[in-house]
Ligand binder design. Structure first.
Ligand code: ADP
Ligand code: MG
Length: 468
C-alpha cells in the first residue's frame, strides 16, 4: 500500500520539477509505511531531509494531499549513518505547515543556472603541474606519507588506502604531495577524472550552487569523479551543511570504489567541529602525518632548489640556511628564492656573509634562539667529536665534556626545559643536565684553557644569535 501511494506521489512530483532534480532528490527516497494517513519515507541523510524541507515541502504536501486526502501527512525517517547503523532518529511532520516560507519557490528551482560555474567545474582538475613526485624530496619526515601516496597514484581506489589522509602543520608539503598524486595519475594516461579542490573553494562552490539552484549539478559533478582530492578539510569545521554534502559525496564515491584523498592541519582525532561520523570515515583508510623536515631533508631541499635554478652555492651556506630555517619547507623555499634574487641582482657570489646579511633582513620570524641541534653541531665540530657520540651513552672523557658543554649552552641559549634538553641528548633525564651545567661552571672557574674554549664557542654561537 505505502509503495503504491508513494509511487503515485512520485508521478505527481515528476510532472512538476526538472528531471535532474527529480532523480537527485526523489529517486533515493524509500517509502517505509502508511499508517493512519501518515506516510513515512526514508531519506539518506539529515542534509537530504533539510533540503527537501527547504525546497520541496510545498510540493510534497500537494502530492500527499492528492493521494491520501486533506488529512494526509508525511513523516521522514532519516538514515543516520550507513544502512547497517542506526535508522530513524528523526521523524518530522510535514503537514503541520512548518517551513512554508519556501512555498513560492516551487516553480522556480531550475530557473537560474550559472553556466560559468558549471563550466568551471567541468573543465578543471585544478592541478598544478609543477607539484610532482620527482621534486618532492623524501626524508624521514615524510617517508610513510610519500610512499602511501605513490601507491595510491599507481592504483587509485584499489588499495586499502581509501580514503588517504595526510595531516601536518603548514608548509610541510601536504598540498604538494596530494597534487603530485593527481599529476602522477594523469600522466599514466588512464583517463581517470581527477579533481583537486581546496575545502574553502568546495564550500564556496556549494554555497554558490545553493544560491543558484544548481545543487544537482554540483553534487552530480563530484559524484562523477574517479579521484577526489580535498585539501585542508579542517576548513569544514562548523560548516554543517557543507560537511553534510561532503559526507553524501564521500559515501557515494567510496562505495563506488573511487579514491578519496584529503589533507588536514591536524590529526583526525583533533578535528573538533567536524561531525564524528565524518571523522570516523576518515580513519577507514590510511592516515599519515608529515613532520617538520629534519636537517638532512632541509639540506637536500635547498640543494635541489638551487640546482633547479642552475645556481651553485658553497656547502657551508647551505648548511647555514638549513640550520637557521628549521620551521617549515615553505619558509625554507622563501629564503632560497630571496637568496637567489639578491645574488643575481648584486651579481655576486652567495657566500656565508651575504647569506647572513640577507637572512637578517628577510626572515623576521626565525626562532629568536639558537636551536639545540645547532649548538650540538657547533660544539661537536669544535671538540672534534661526532654528533652521534654526543647523543650516545659513551662515557669517554672528551665526549662527556663536549656533551656537557652542549647541554650547558642549550640551557643558556634556548628556552628548552631541562627535561627537553635531556631528551635531545639521547634521552637523558633532567638531573643529568643539571649536573652538566654545574660541571661546566666548575671547570670555567678552575681551568683557563676550558674557559677560553667556552668563550670561543660563545662567539660562534653569537654570530648565529645576532642574525636571528
Ligand atoms: P602545506 O600544504 O603542507 O602547507 P605545501 O605543500 O604548500 O605545504 O608546501 C610548501 C612548499 O614547500 C611548496 O612550495 C612545496 O613545493 C614545498 N615542499 C614541501 N615539501 C617538500 C618536499 N618534500 N620536497 C620539496 N619541496 C617541498
Ligand atoms: Mg596546503
Amino acid at each position: 500500500m505505502h509503495v503504491e501511494t508513494w509511487e503515485k506521489c512520485l508521478l505527481f512530483i515528476r510532472e512538476r520539477i526538472p528531471a535532474q532534480s527529480f532523480s537527485t532528490w526523489f529517486e533515493p527516497i524509500q517509502p517505509i509505511k502508511l499508517h493512519n494517513e501518515v506516510l513515512t519515507i526514508q531519506v539518506p541523510s539529515q542534509f537530504f531531509y533539510e533540503w527537501l524541507e527547504e525546497n520541496y515541502v510545498h510540493l510534497l504536501k500537494q502530492a500527499i494531499k492528492s493521494q491520501i486526502g486533506e488529512n494526509g501527512r508525511l513523516e521522514y525517517s532519516v538514515v543516520v549513518d550507513r544502512g547497517d547503523e542506526t535508522v530513524k532518529p528523526t521523524t518530522v511532520n510535514v503537514s503541520g505547515g512548518s517551513n512554508s516560507h519556501n512555498k513560492n519557490r516551487v516553480n522556480g528551482y531550475d530557473a537560474y543556472k550559472n553556466p560559468d560555474f558549471y563550466q568551471e567545474l567541468k573543465n578543471n582538475s585544478n592541478l598544478n603541474a609543477s607539484y610532482r613526485f620527482e621534486n618532492f624530496i623524501e626524508g624521514d619526515c615524510n617517508r610513510l606519507a610519500r610512499s602511501a601516496g605513490f601507491a595510491v597514484a599507481q592504483k587509485p581506489g584499489i588499495t586499502s588506502f581509501n580514503p588517504l589522509m595526510f595531516y601536518g602543520g603548514v608548509g610541510l608539503g601536504k598540498t604538494h604531495l596530494v597534487q603530485a598524486i593527481g599529476n602522477e595519475i594523469i600522466s599514466s594516461n588512464n583517463n581517470k577524472k581527477i579533481i583537486y579542490v581546496a575545502s574553502e573553494k568546495f564550500t564556496n562552490q556549494f554555497i554558490e550552487a545553493l544560491r543558484n539552484n544548481n545543487l544537482q549539478d554540483f553534487i552530480n559533478y563530484y559524484k562523477e569523479v574517479d579521484v577526489l582530492i580535498l585539501d585542508d578539510v579542517q576548513f569544514l569545521k562548523e560548516k554543517e551543511k557543507t560537511q553534510e554534502i561532503f559526507f553524501h559525496i564521500f559515501n557515494h564515491l567510496h562505495q563506488g570504489g573511487k579514491q578519496i584523498i584529503m589533507t588536514s592541519d591536524c590529526a583526525p582525532k583533533d578535528l573538533k567541529g567536524l561531525q564524528e561520523r565524518l571523522v570516523s570515515r576518515f580513519k577507514w583508510g590510511l592516515t599519515a602525518d608529515l613532520q617538520a623536515p629534519d636537517f638532512e631533508t632541509r639540506m637536500a631541499i635547498i640543494q635541489t632548489k638551487m640546482q633547479a635554478d642552475g645556481i651553485s652555492i658553497p656547502d657551508e651556506v647551505i648548511e647555514y640556511i638549513a640550520y637557521t630555517v628549521d620551521t617549515n619547507i615553505r619558509e625554507l623555499e622563501g629564503v632560497v628564492i630571496s637568496l637567489i634574487a639578491h645574488a643575481s641582482l648584486a651579481k655576486s657570489q652567495i657566500d656565508l656573509e651575504l647569506a647572513k646579511q640577507i637572512l637578517k633582513n628577510i626572515v623576521t620570524d626565525i626562532d629568536s634562539e639558537v636551536g639545540i641541534d645547532y649548538i650540538q653541531k657547533t660544539v661537536s665540530d669544535y671538540f672534534k667529536v661526532s654528533l652521534e657520540d654526543l647523543k650516545a651513552k659513551t662515557r669517554k672523557k672528551e665526549i662527556v665534556i663536549a656533551r656537557q658543554v652542549a647541554m650547558y649552552f642549550s640551557k643558556d641559549y634556548t628556552n628548552h626545559s631541562l627535561k627537553s634538553i635531556g631528551y635531545h641528548f639521547g634521552g637523558r633525564d633532567h638531573s643529568t643536565v643539571i649536573h652538566a651545567v654545574q660541571s661546566v661552571n666548575d671547570m670555567i672557574d678552575t681551568n683557563a684553557k676550558f674557559r677560553f674554549a667556552i668563550d670561543e664557542l660563545k662567539k660562534k654561537l653569537k654570530i648565529r644569535t645576532a642574525v636571528a
